[in-house]
Structure formats: structure tokens, C-alpha cells
Design a binder for this molecule. Sequence first.
Ligand SMILES: C[S@@+](CC[C@H](N)C(=O)[O-])C[C@H]1O[C@@H](n2cnc3c(N)ncnc32)[C@H](O)[C@@H]1O
Length: 623
Amino acid sequence: MNPQEPSEIKIKELISLFNKKKFDELIKLTNDILIQYPNSIFIHNIQGVIYTELKNYNFAKDLFIKTINLNPKFTDGYYNLANIYNKLDKEDKAIEYYEKVIELDYNYFKAHNNLGNIFRKKGLNNKAIDCYLSTLEVNSNYKLAYYNLAVALQFYTINRENKNINKHLLYLLKEKIIVRPNSIANNILSSLFLNTDLKNDLSLIKNINSKKNLNIIMNSLGNNPLLLQFMKVCPIPNYYLEKKFIQIRKEILNQIYKLNFEKVYIKFLISLSIQCYLNEFIYEKSEEEIKKIKKIKEKIKSNLNNNKKINDLEILCLSCYEPLSDISFSNKINFSNELNEIFEIHLKQKEREIEISESIKSISIVKNKVSKNVKNQYEENPYPRWVNLGLSFESRNMSQVINESDLNLDFKKIKFSENPEILIAGCGTGQHAITTASKYKNAKILALDLSFTSLSYAKRKANELKIENIDFIQGDLLDLESLNRKFDLIESVGVLHHMDEPLKGWKILKNCLRDNSSLMVIGLYSEKARQHITQIKNKITNLKIKPNPENIIKFRKDLLESNNSRWDNIKASPDFYTVSGVRDLLFHVKEHKFTISKIKSHLNELGLFFLGFEDKLIIERSS
Ligand SMILES: C[S@@+](CC[C@H](N)C(=O)[O-])C[C@H]1O[C@@H](n2cnc3c(N)ncnc32)[C@H](O)[C@@H]1O
């Protein structure tokens, strides 16, 4: 027993009161105890934590200082003090104390993590990344550090060798809900080039047409888990890799009957097949390849008819050129266990979506001509196609979320619903609706879209992620009022600018707001940001190019091979690496663009108050 501290029973009693949040009672009780134990570290510390909860940070600060004066090795005291300095926006002090904690106890992983958060707050993302990596080195089960790492990676490009990072990037790509792989794709690419032998291996492709070289390349790529996983979850936005993959695919097809069934081939081809499925078979193919694939198809069909065994390598090759769901006999194939993933992605998912589609209710028949054309585009090419996404670490009340945002709003005067009803107008393939559903506690979401195929994709993904608070519904935003429903929050991103009359659509959304405290999040195309795209769109319109996959692939290839640097921005866009993305980016049936003054005049006309841009750099970029 420590004579400076109250008994263990007393301490347990105090902790229990703390867990019940009985703060007033606790303060009284601990003040009494302090008379008998004036040097108790425990009592000063718990009082500091109580005052932190009560947001009385200066009071809490003094109490934590007292604890470290009483014991200069009391790590919790330094840690709590650092947290308080962070809350008081005294970042340098917070850094000093987190560093002190780490000096005293390197295994105090939360100090590494919180130190990373401060560096991130200061815009020092490289230092933040190092801190998250050391957090994970000490405790690889601390999920929050992965969420933080994922955010920091979105604002920084890895530019130095660090072999340690690959296992964490791999983890991020394997997790379904921590990060959108697209948003860290550049870092995955950097890390693959810096921290694996990828570049060397790919240079061998110059002489790929020997079985020996193909074996060497396959042994290396087939044993690169980060690359293989990346190919399974993200259309890879890199033309250099695309060209290499096209060469490899062609060479495997050339040598298909000369190859042994080595595991590495299967592993690589599974990833390549999924990559091609994700990018909607955007890779160019030669006449010779088309002929060879046709022969393979005939062979599989004949083997199926004659009850002969189907060769895995043939199925894999075929699935790198076409979705198996488009091939009439593919449902007769008895897939081996090794090809389970291919079966799931090429066939089962589509099957499930068709089933789901029948369960989606419509609000009305689409009448507006532009809406009909837009619907048609997204029925053919649901967009965006995604695999994993970044959800909030935990859901919070609407008031908490708004409170922590930078909105130009006196949130204290507004009472937000505890069970907000939220409309996602134009939910597409669900990424947006699912993200919002995970952000707000007790939210009830209605997700509307014109396109059944997009909605089916969205609902399949929501089912897979066990998200149950979203109702998906098909219809035109123009017919929303027929639902007779009001919402606390309406979000519509990337939608109004595809309508015949965006302002008309916006008015309808406004009429669906519940009352004066309801909010709206709107995402619109910027005239300035899309200048370069307008030039290309004009070219496409003048040439009357129809937006079918063949034309899209050909047009894209011409752009990729042009040396004109004007198109560099477009080539860098992740959208440029899937067919539906290119269609959305360059071949859209309808698009309007907005300037800030146009938005301002619309807001005036609608009687809406502007609360701020989500992206704070937008004003700088638009001037
Ligand atoms: C570019 S996607 C954006 C999807 C989603 N908001 C996101 O951010 O991922 C645009 C979506 O808006 C839908 N859309 C466009 N006009 C619409 C309308 N009048 N009514 C309902 N949905 C519409 C399209 O069908 C398409 O799925």
C-alpha cells in the first residue's frame, strides 16, 4: 500500500463513479479525500480527467502538472497534459509532452499516435506518418492508427525507401472500410517502385518472349503481395504499369500451352483478371489476341459439352479479356477452389445485383429527356466502381459532427436531430450513401438514383458491409416531392450539374428540407477546374464519337499516346483508368459548370445560407 494514496477499494469506487459519469459527486468526494491525501497522484489525475470531460481545460492542466510534479516519471500525467495542450491549441507544448511520454516509455502507443495527429494538424504529414508507423510497431492491433495513417497518406507522397511501410499499406488495402484505395493509389505506386523490385522485374519485359524470362517475371510479380492486392481493389492509375500488364497478358496468352501450372502464374492471373474486371476491360488488345481468345472460348465450350475437364489457365486468360458474366456458358463451368475469387467477382456479384435490382422500388417513371439520357448512361456504365471505402472510425451525433466541422454556423443556437433523416440525391453506386450512413449516429438514409444498375451495385455493397440504415429507391430527383418527405440533411454530390436545369433540381431539394436548421451538402463542377476537359468534350462532340466501350478505349488510347502536355491532368485522373470513369469524365450526355458567382446568385435565389466549402483550398484555386 502506498501511504500517499487512498485504499484500493476507495479507488475502485471512484473509478466506478467516473464510469457512471457522476462528475459532481466525484469532485466533492475527491476534494474531501485530498484533505487526507494531499499528495495523491491518483486523485489529482482523476480530477484532471473529470475537468477535461467538463471542458474546463485550464483547471485540468494545473491538475496534471501537479501529478508530474509529484512524480516526474508519471507517464499518464505527461500524456494527459499533452492532450490538454492539444485541446488548447498549444501544439508545440503538446509535442514536447508526448515526446516526454515516449522517452519514458516507448511502448506508450497512444502517445505516438496522438503525436502523429498533432503533426498532421500542423501539415507535417511525413512526420505524422512516421508516428503512426511507430504506433503500429508497438501495437499492430491499434486500428485507429491505421485510420490516421490512411488520412495522412492522402496528403503526402512517399519519396524515400522504407521497407517497413509495405506491410501496413497491404493491411490498408485488405481492410474493407478504412480507406478508398484510389485515394492512396499514388503512395502505393511509390512504395511499390521504391520498396520492392517491381521496376527491375518489369524491365525484363523487353525480352519477355522467352519462357525463362516470363517465369522470372511471374515469380517476382506473383510473390509481390502488395502489388497483387492493389490489383484486386483499385483500377491502377498508371499508364506505365498498364502497358506492362498488357504485354504480360499477351505473352501468357501466347505461351498458354507451353506453360507449367505454377502457382505464381495463377496468383498473378487472378489479380490481373480482377484488375481487368475493375477497369472494365479498358486495356487495348490486338486482332491476334482477339482470335486466340475466341479459340480458347470455343475450346472451353466444347470441353463443357463433352464433360471434359476445364483448364484453369484457360479460364483465367479468358477472364483477363472479357467478363465471364457476358459469356453464355460460363455458368456451366465448375470452378476449382483456386478460382473461387474469379467466380465470385465475375459471376456471383452480377447475379446478386440482378436479384437485388428486382427488389428496388421506383418513385415514378422518368419523363424528363435529359434525365432519361443520363439514366441510360449510368444503366450502361454505373459509376464509380469501387471495392473498399473509407468510413468514419465511429459514428457520431449530427450535432457532434457539425460542431467539429469548420462551418460558418453558430451551432449552439441550433438543435440538430438525434435521429436525422438524410437524403442522398443521386447516390450512384453507393459509396456516398454508405459513407454518410456510417458517419451519423441513428441516421435513417434515403438514397435515390435514376439508375437501377447503380442502385443494385450500391445495395449489394451495403449488404456486404452489413449497413442497414439505407433505403435505396429509384427515380428522378425532379419527382422527389411526390414522396412527401422532409429531411434534416440533404447531400447531392456530382448530380445537379448533370440535370437539364440544375437550379430547378436544387429548388426541389430545398423544398425537401425539414426546417430552418436543416443542412445541405452540394457538389458541383467548377468551370475553372474543368477548362481542359471542355476542350476535349468539344472535340468529342464535333467528331460525333458515340460513347460505346470500343470508342472510349480508342479515344483514350490516342490521348494517352499524345505528347501534348495539355492532357496531363486528364491522364493523371483516376477516372481515366476505367471505362465508366472515362465516360463520366469526357463523354457525359449532359454537364453544366459553375463559377463561385453563379453559385452565389443561385443561393440568393433559393434563399439558402452559405456555410462554407468542404475543401478549404477551393477559394484559392478558383481565383
Ligand atoms: C457522378 S455520379 C455521382 C454518384 C455519387 N453521388 C457519388 O458521389 O459517388 C452521378 C449520379 O447521379 C445520378 N443522377 C443524375 N441525375 C439524376 C436525377 N435527375 N435524379 C436522380 N439521380 C440522378 C446518376 O444516375 C448518377 O448515378
